[in-house]
Design a protein around this ligand. Structure first.
Ligand code: MIG
Length: 747
């Protein structure tokens, strides 16, 4: 019911007043075939339903007798020992039922008892608990991240329902648009509308712990391989560094001021009139030398690559695209054209294998010029005059021919809306494969804005166009936590904020949190105030330098966490409940998070905030920096001075920390110190070359480090490399030390 208070038509307005009525359920028109299987995946019982509706030939027309095709699953790559399962025997969690509401829509209904929490669901502008909110999963370039933001860039239909320490999962394996209502009406029920004219799979993950559930989900949908170490260092970006000179100047500044940095990123202005696979000859006259020169200074270069190809008969890439039928076409067989940065543009159909190959050949333009990583933007795909192409209201999926344009999947032609959520995913896949083809034993780095379930196999992500607001600093926590629970560990948001003008204090606060973003990049928009670490007063620069140095110190720990992700799917940033599911105060605590199992981060998130409450779960904790000991099981007010991280180390942890370096090129020669917290402590340390895929064949070391009774020892969990030629040190912190470090002998 809506009541328009601005109306002058009071008669109508009065008529609009009315009580809430439950929405009637649609009538089930499903005829077809349901097949169910079950398997135990990483210890979790998983049910998989295959729904195959009868094909209906449009409104009012008679049903044909064959069953709808199930499209290939792009999300699920993991295998399991699936066994046939009688549907009647499946105990559906939360009374989940489904029906077919129309030829192009399926409705799922389930209960949401008052106390349960809703987590996951990919990238949503929300707090950690999604309960009470509604989410449309349909790739959209939405630069307005506010309370009303619904559609964003990524679509991952995996919901985790948390009931105390028990977690259950629902996953709809379909790229088609969906609307998830998580009890917005406060009537203890949830509803999913899936808009498709095709068959699909859906999965139920039975009750498990949160780590087990995410392990099972990522066993099926994939985990990120180890990223190149350089991509975990500091990345500096700006829309846009206009010319070569600016980039060289930037590199110089970082080194001169001794602010660690690994990567400089070039946004759209390196191109010739925004033509993909070109560079401006006026502003980047030595494009072929730029990356090579910067390499000497230990910098890597990344370029942005947008999908839109400028419609220009004189542009060879456009001509190739037309000739090779690489562009998406309307039902009338005309190339679909919309406006993006290059002006009128055509859009490659990344679902086609030949098109991906063609794109990969063209990407060699960057590789030849020494570009190390590729940043895929605008790949929803964004269109300036059609930001939200779904018809409104959207009640069911229209027939393929009525869906803006058609794409060509392995299963034949398909309407764009059905597969739009795959556009960024497939573009990232093509890009990653191109990098691997070019440099077979080098770990690739791809960054993407749009993506869908399993995109972590292809790329790291950032969460798009945030703004330099404290609110967006705060939101980065729950948003990244849910993204991590949805399978994407390698994620971050623009540090300092993309839109608007950052302030020195906000930038410092953002770095205090940002050094824990797995993807660590400062980026801001064209119109905003500059926000490189040295854009403000010397005191601010000093603080930011210190924070970036802390990031580099954490690299051995971060590497070990990525290794853990690759094996178990565990994200690096974890909600408190990941480690303390039985502690209801920890579960309720959304403005703190765990970074791996050993570090708890409780950042300041408001202007002028010089202290905050921190909840310490049971056990002992040590304050980062001072090693002050804190007895847990209570909430304390803690100082949050600007420029310092408010982080705490769990008793019993051994943190491997590196000395400060200026880039990861120095990593192998940098001493590492093991910091043990408490009389008995234990930790893992992973090392490999940080560059190649050799770890796949066992060329890595994983050490178990132990401290007991003041003795430090280590054993190899896996030893595939000679011991690195680096110096190792160890310190132990214990209550009896009064906070001071005790030097321990190795061995
Ligand atoms: O229409 O390339 O989210 O990071 O700097 C804006 C310019 C296009 C949006 C990306 C942003 C990037 C910007 N892009």
């Amino acid at each position: 019911m809506t009541f328009d208070i601005f109306t002058t038509d009071w008669t109508t307005a009065r008529k609009k007043i009315g009580g809430w009525q439950p929405e009637p359920r649609a009538t089930d028109i499903f005829q077809g075939n349901v097949h169910c299987e079950s398997a135990v995946v990483e210890g979790v019982k998983v049910y998989r339903f295959c729904i195959r509706p009868e094909v209906t030939a449009g409104k009012g027309k008679a049903k044909t007798s064959h069953l709808a095709k199930i499209n290939k699953s792009y999300a699920v790559v993991g295998t399991a020992d699936w066994k046939n399962q009688a549907v009647e025997d499946v105990d559906m969690p939360y009374d989940l039922t489904w029906l077919q509401a129309a030829a192009g829509r399926f409705d799922f209904h389930f209960t949401l008892p008052e106390w349960v929490r809703c987590l996951g669901l990919g990238e949503r502008f929300s707090e950690l608990n999604l309960r009470g909110t509604r989410h449309t999963l349909f790739a959209t370039d939405n630069p307005h991240h506010n309370e009303h933001a619904d559609m964003l860039y990524k679509s991952i239909p995996f919901l985790i329902i948390g009931d105390g320490p028990n977690y259950t999962g629902i996953f709809i394996d379909s790229p088609s648009p969906q609307r998830w209502d998580l009890d917005t009406e406060m009537v203890r029920s949830g509803k999913i509308e899936l808009f498709t004219r095709r068959g699909f799979y859906f999965y139920i993950f039975s009750t498990a712990t949160l780590p087990a559930l995410v392990a099972a989900f990522t066993a099926l949908t994939g985990r990120a391989e180890l990223p190149p170490l350089w991509s975990l260092g500091h990345q500096q970006c700006r829309w846009s560094y206009p010319d070569e000179e600016t980039i060289r100047h930037l590199a110089e500044q970082f080194r001169k001021r001794r602010i660690p940095c690994d990567t400089l990123v070039m946004d759209i202005d390196y191109m010739d009139d925004y033509r993909v696979f070109t560079h401006s000859k006026e502003r980047f006259p030595n494009f072929d030398r730029l990356a090579k020169d910067l390499e000497k200074e230990q910098f890597k270069l990344i370029t942005i690559v947008d999908p839109g190809v400028k419609k220009d008969e004189k542009f060879d890439v456009y001509r190739q695209g037309i000739k090779g039928e690489h562009f998406c076409k309307t039902a009338k067989d005309e190339v679909f054209i919309e406006t993006v940065w290059p002006g009128l543009s055509a859009f490659p159909d990344f679902l086609r294998e030949e098109t991906r190959k063609w794109w990969q050949e063209n990407l060699t333009f960057y590789f030849k010029n020494g570009i190390k990583g590729i940043w895929n933007d605008m790949n929803e795909p964004a269109m300036f005059n059609n930001q939200r192409p779904l018809p409104d209201p959207f009640l069911e999926m229209p027939e393929d021919e009525k869906q803006l344009f058609l794409q060509n999947s392995e299963d034949g032609p398909i309407g764009h809306f059905e597969v739009r959520n795959l556009y960024g995913f497939m573009m990232s896949q093509a890009t990653r494969e191109a990098l691997i083809k070019e440099r077979p034993n080098e770990r690739p780095f791809v960054l993407t804005r749009a993506g869908s379930t399993g995109v972590q196999r292809h790329a790291a992500v950032w969460l798009g166009d945030n703004t330099s607001w404290y609110e967006h600093l705060q939101k980065s926590l729950p948003m990244l936590l849910n993204v991590g629970l949805s399978g994407i560990a390698f994620a971050g948001v623009d540090i300092g904020g993309f839109g608007g003008h950052t302030t020195p204090e906000l930038l410092v606060r953002w770095y205090e949190v940002g050094i824990f973003y797995p993807f660590f990049r400062n980026h801001c928009a064209l119109m905003g105030r500059a926000q490189e670490p040295f854009s403000f007063s010397p005191g601010v620069e000093e603080m930011v330098r210190g924070l970036i140095e802390t990031r580099y110190k954490l690299l051995p720990y971060i590497q070990s966490l990525f290794w853990e992700h690759a094996r178990t799917g565990a994200p690096l940033m974890r909600p408190m409940e990941w480690h303390f599911p039985d502690d209801s105060l920890a579960v309720a605590c959304e403005d703190q998070f765990m970074f791996g199992s050993d570090l708890m981060v409780a950042p300041a998130l408001r202007p002028n905030q010089r202290s905050r409450f921190v909840y310490f779960p049971h056990g002992k904790w040590y304050a980062w920096g001072t090693n002050q000991e804190i007895i847990g099981g209570r909430t304390l007010r803690v100082d949050t001075p600007l420029g310092y991280i408010t982080a705490f180390i769990r008793e019993g942890a051994v943190l491997p920390l590196a000395d400060v370096m200026q880039s990861t090129e120095e990593y192998d020669a940098t001493p590492i110190t093991f910091h043990a917290y408490g009389a008995v402590a234990q930790g893992r340390f992973f090392e490999d070359d940080g560059k190649s895929f050799d770890y796949r064949s066992g060329k890595y070391n994983e050490w178990e480090i132990r401290v007991s009774e003041g003795r430090f020892s280590y054993t190899a969990v896996h030893q595939g490399l000679g011991e690195a030629e680096r110096s190792l040190r160890a310190y132990c912190y214990q209550s009896s030390d009064g906070g001071g470090p005790a030097n321990l002998a190795l061995g």
